[in-house]
Write a protein that binds this ligand. Structure first.
Ligand code: FUL
Length: 496
């Protein structure tokens, strides 16, 4: 009996060993990451895809884009302000968060800052009070974001045309204290926005002169980053050069068709002169700093009554979605809150309709039920079936040494298609450099012309093309930085 038990034990251990090494061979087969890599918070940020921007302040009432820094705070006088209305609108427009301009270049603080008199408590605004009995637009926004499940972010302009010490060290200290105030008093922030603008002249406490600063060194960015990282480790820091995310190099809302999530971090700084490069990033970059497309729903960032007829249409917004989210960037859509203190009815209607349009465009993924085959697979765990299983963190991968590969999806019958969506599994890096799309029409394979170069994919790439009736589609990656790791491919028929 005892011998039998011992034998059984050996047999069991033997099998155990085999099972373990077998399963290990699957587990170990994950492709090696290829840097630069995103931090988990950068991946979470990119998954937000679309979020709102709010420009609201003295400029709204003085009809300016860049206040000089001398406007009377009493000018700020909304008649029917309703922060919840903003956030409800954003939610209906599918926005996952909102970044508010806490202070624009004019230096006016939208919260009861104790560091300057030039703040909201000195305005004519008589809205809800914070814990200290003061009006506080940021506290109102925090509350509304929590109520409607949106994330909150802040914009704090480094340039300050009101401050007497601007250009000297005392202002830098002030700016750091102002930032500390914001990152410690308004709950978790998903993004902190540091713009690179600096026009030189300003009120500067009455001096009314031009002051120039050294863009690279004046603000002490390392200190700014450490203040944010200490209190808001989850926040992604925006500037021309990141470190969390980067400006896309234009304010039209368009990313480059080739768009790497990398930059050479020592080259780029806020106010970078070769900002045109930011639309495509640097293929040989050493830091993961994906692009964000900031654009206003109106021509200006702030509200101007004469722009009521110039609000971007739902069609134009949808086009920008494809040119931003559909090109490996995020879409930061600005809403110039109006003089009543609301997202204007035209803006709100167009933004909500835009979201419906995108949802209708990509309502049914035609590949979910298609049969998929691949030129090669890296074992069962990384089979081509992972491309249309609806899961974000399973992916198709090719074996080491294979930096090209093709997948074919067969519909079984001719099917109308005009959109294709691709996603790389970015926690392991961005790899694809070039790909092609073909469709089987009748018994002939023909190239699908998306009207733009099919180079990078990254987190998400969406192609639009004239409707074809295909019985199969084939995607071939023709060049990449390493073995392929693609987690999702979808195809749609947008009926508009
Ligand atoms: C720029 C600013 O100069 C504009 O006024 C606006 O705030 C835009 C989003 O960033 O740097």
């Amino acid at each position: 009996m005892r011998r039998k038990l011992v034998n059984l034990f050996f047999v069991f251990s033997f099998f155990h060993f085999f099972i373990l090494s077998f399963s290990h061979s699957f587990i170990l087969a994950q492709p090696a990451p290829i840097g630069p890599l995103p931090l988990p918070k950068q991946v979470e940020w990119q998954k937000m895809e679309t979020y709102a921007f709010v420009h609201y302040g003295l400029n709204t009432f003085t009809d300016k884009e860049w206040g000089y820094g001398d406007a009377d705070p009493k000018t700020f006088n909304p008649s029917r302000m309703d922060v919840e209305q903003w956030v409800r609108t954003f939610r209906q427009a599918g926005m996952k968060g909102v970044i508010i301009v806490a202070k624009h270049h004019d230096g006016f603080a939208m919260w009861p800052s104790q560091l300057t008199e030039y703040n909201i408590t000195k305005s004519a605004y008589n809205g809800p009070k914070n814990r200290d009995g003061k009006v506080d637009v940021l506290a109102e926004l925090r509350k509304a974001c929590d109520k409607y499940g949106l994330k909150m972010g802040i914009y704090l302009s480094p340039w300050d045309r009101n401050h007497a010490e601007y250009g000297r060290q005392a202002y830098v200290d002030y700016y750091h204290r102002q930032l500390t105030d914001l990152v410690t008093n308004y709950g978790p922030l998903f993004e902190v926005w540091l713009d690179g603008a600096n026009g030189g002249d300003g009120y500067y406490g009455g001096a009314r002169e031009t002051r120039t600063i050294d863009h690279r060194n004046y603000y002490d960015y390392p200190r700014i980053h450490s203040i944010i990282e200490e209190h808001q480790p989850q926040a992604v820091i925006f500037s021309d050069g990141g470190p969390g995310c980067r400006w896309v190099g234009n304010e039209r809302g368009e990313a480059g068709t080739t768009n790497w999530a990398f930059i050479r971090k020592n080259d780029v700084y806020p106010g970078y002169d070769k900002f045109q490069e930011l639309g495509s990033g640097h293929i040989n970059g050493d830091a993961w700093v994906a692009a964000e497309c900031d654009v206003s729903i109106r021509p200006g960032w702030f509200y101007h009554p004469d722009e009521d007829a110039k609000v971007k249409t739902p069609e134009q917004l949808a086009d920008l979605y494809y040119k931003s989210v559909g090109r490996n960037a995020t879409f930061l859509l600005n809403f110039p809150v109006d003089r009543e203190g609301r997202v204007n009815a035209i803006d709100s209607a167009n933004a909500v309709r835009f979201r419906q349009m995108i949802e209708e465009d990509m309502k049914t993924d035609l590949l979910r039920k298609a049969k998929v085959t691949a030129s090669s697979e890296r074992g069962r765990k990384f089979s081509a079936r992972k491309l249309n299983d609806g899961k974000w963190d399973t992916y198709w991968a090719t074996p080491d040494g294979e930096n090209t590969g093709a997948v074919t999806f067969s519909f079984g019958k001719p099917t109308k298609v005009n959109r294709l969506l691709l996603q790389e599994y970015i926690p392991l890096g961005q790899r694809v450099k070039a790909f092609t799309v073909e469709a089987l029409v009748g018994d002939k394979w023909q190239m699908v012309e998306a009207g733009e170069p099919t180079t990078t994919i990254g987190y998400k790439r969406i192609l639009r093309f004239p409707t074809i009736e295909a019985s199969a589609v084939r995607i071939s990656v023709t060049d990449a930085r390493g073995p392929l790791c693609i987690n999702n491919i979808g195809a749609y028929f947008a009926n508009r």
